[in-house]
Ligand binder design. Structure first.
Ligand code: RIB
Length: 330
């Protein structure tokens, strides 16, 4: 596998991003979930039937869709969120946060089901998490919701979707997005089978190793196996597969070839939403006209920094912070 040569060109990359005012940045829309996360820090994950005490607890806004939107807002993207919340305090909290983070919330509507909730355990030793999810209002993001918004949504250039809204809705929206020739980035998380139609509609698919194994049915014991699986997936129609490898970075596979893009070393406190932040970084760089390889380098920086504090969204970086990490590692 060829080593990543992209760090040689980071000086130019930084220059271009720093001058981003000169670019006509593409508009990004995230279609997906909005959850409120109840997060507890435990000395270790607990076993069935066992009760153990945590050292910290907090309530954060989260959900894979909302996390991607907030990460994009923090980077300075022109971003809108499309999703649903309940008529409750969690929903109001989320709307406040979206506005605070400069995410357009016109496409977030209230329904009569409670806002989605996630119960998250974080292992204090590793920052790893376990999540139990209640979809709530996210389950009301249906095809009719997409159709109602479509006249406005279709003005966006790049779309991100994940799997915390119903799969029929994801498919419905994906057909519409691809039908207009727009760029669709699909994060197949949480892991579930990837319908054939979605493989055709997605420009980029961004699984982690677990998701890649489930989607392809291939073993992912090491990087070579991950590359083989990503290549098999890419051969089914996507412009690129970006396999997230955690601290090891990412594997970019396009019809032209495969490249390992190393991760950035940080001290991880809570890895919740690292994948969501990665996707946001990837979309942000593409929106600025960067190549998929440059976008993967940038995504690694955004994903890494997002793990350095508790909570899904707390450590999502500004553009300056992401560039500073990349510059330090040059
Ligand atoms: O990807 C992290 C997210 O997954 C959390 O914020 C939680 O809400 C779950 O949806």
């Amino acid at each position: 596998m060829p080593m990543c040569k992209c760090f040689a060109s980071i000086a130019g990359y930084l220059h271009c991003l720093e001058k981003s005012g000169d670019f006509l940045m593409k508009r990004i829309c995230v279609v997906g979930s909005l959850n409120v996360d109840f997060t507890i820090i435990l000395p270790r994950f607990h076993a069935p039937g066992e009760t153990i005490s945590g050292s910290d607890f907090a309530v954060y806004t989260g959900g894979k869709g909302g996390n991607q939107a907030v990460a994009l807002g923090r980077l300075g993207a022109d971003v809108a969120m499309a999703g649903r919340i309940g008529d409750d305090e969690n929903g109001s909290l989320y709307r406040r946060i979206l506005r605070q983070e400069r995410v357009r919330d016109d496409f977030v509507s209230v329904c009569d089901t409670p806002t989605g909730v996630a119960l998250i355990e974080v292992d204090a030793r590793t920052g790893d998490n376990r999540i139990a999810l209640f979809s709530g209002a996210n389950a009301q993001v249906d095809a009719a919701f997409i159709d109602r918004l479509w006249p406005a949504l279709s003005a966006y250039d790049i779309f991100l979707m994940q799997f915390e809204i119903p799969m029929p809705t994801v498919l419905h929206a994906a057909e519409k997005i691809a039908g207009l020739g727009k760029t669709l980035i699909v994060d197949p998380a949480p892991a579930q089978p990837l319908p054939e139609a979605l493989r055709r509609c997605a420009a980029y698919i961004t699984p982690n190793e677990t998701e890649l194994a489930l989607i392809t049915g291939m073993p992912i014991g090491d990087q070579a196996q991950a590359q083989a699986a990503a290549q098999a997936l890419c051969a089914q129609g996507a412009r690129g597969v970006v396999a997230k490898l955690g601290a090891a970075g990412a594997l970019l596979v396009t019809p032209e070839g495969a490249q390992h893009v190393p991760g950035f070393a940080v001290r991880a406190v809570d890895t919740t939403a690292a994948g969501d932040s990665f996707n946001a970084g990837f979309a942000f760089a593409l929106a600025q006209g960067k190549s998929p390889l440059e976008a993967t380098v940038f995504a690694n920086a955004v994903g890494a920094l997002s793990t350095t504090a508790m909570g899904a969204q707390a450590a999502m970086p500004s553009l300056d912070a992401a560039l500073a990490l990349m510059a330090r590692t040059r």
